[in-house]
Design a protein around this ligand. Structure first.
Ligand code: PRP
Length: 212
């Protein structure tokens, strides 16, 4: 039997996903050893391989077929724009992609003025301002702690993930516009979907039942 390879975005999402897989009988004892530096884990009996990757790289592994399946956030899927099938909403890690900033920035979003937008998601931000709002903006790519940008004067607003909203609140910022709801999704390689149709369809169905 050919192994089905699943790429997981490392961190909390990977742990939660393994929890769901365990509930449908696909466990991986090796992966529970927290001190291990191993990158690939197998369930030889059922023919599954798992590996942990940086979230942004998960769609790449799946598009090229190095993984048949990936579990990763919708934010990463949209930002990476890879050629793959999105087949299931795991309803984990629910949050929103938003435009945020100080309340005073509301005006420059409404009058279409040229503003600077700091974000970890340049593609999502560019697409939203150019194609949805038809506002010309300058996108500044940052790698973390995005909330700093409007506070120190790097940008007027940010495009970032908002979960509880407490990071914004504690820094005197607020949600100004909502771009899209987010959660973890299962993505599948286009060829794998045909070659392993039966096993993948069963996996999707079993997971769907556990989630809802
Ligand atoms: C994310 C996001 C916000 C925060 C939102 O950052 O970029 O900063 O979480 O969560 P909240 O609405 O519940 O406060 P993350 O912790 O992933 O780190 P980062 O700053 O390095 O992006």
């Amino acid at each position: 039997m050919r192994y089905i390879t699943i790429a997981l975005a490392k961190g909390r999402l990977a742990r939660q996903t393994m929890g769901i897989l365990e509930q449908i009988g696909i466990s991986c004892a090796e992966m529970e050893d927290k001190d291990s530096r191993k990158l690939i884990f197998t369930n030889d009996e059922l023919g599954f391989k798992f590996f942990l990757a940086k979230a942004n790289d998960v769609p790449t592994y799946v598009e090229y077929g190095a993984a048949d399946i990936g579990i990763v956030g919708k934010d990463t899927i949209v930002e990476e724009g890879r050629n793959l099938y999105e087949v299931l909403d795991l309803k984990l890690g629910k949050c929103r992609m938003c435009v945020a900033g100080p309340a005073s920035a509301r005006e420059c979003l409404n009058n279409g003025s040229m503003i600077r937008v700091a974000t970890k998601y340049p593609k999502i931000a560019k697409d939203y301002f150019n194609n949805i709002k038809h506002q010309t903006v300058e996108i500044i790519k940052l790698n973390g702690s995005i909330e700093l940008a409007p506070i120190v004067g790097l940008s007027e607003v940010i495009v970032d993930i908002v979960e509880t909203g407490s990071t914004l609140r504690e820094n005197g910022l607020e949600v100004l516009e909502e771009i899209m709801p987010l959660s973890a999704r299962m993505v599948v390689n286009r060829v794998s979907m045909k070659m392993e149709q039966e096993r993948i369809a069963k996996l999707i169905e079993d997971m769907r039942k556990t989630i809802s």
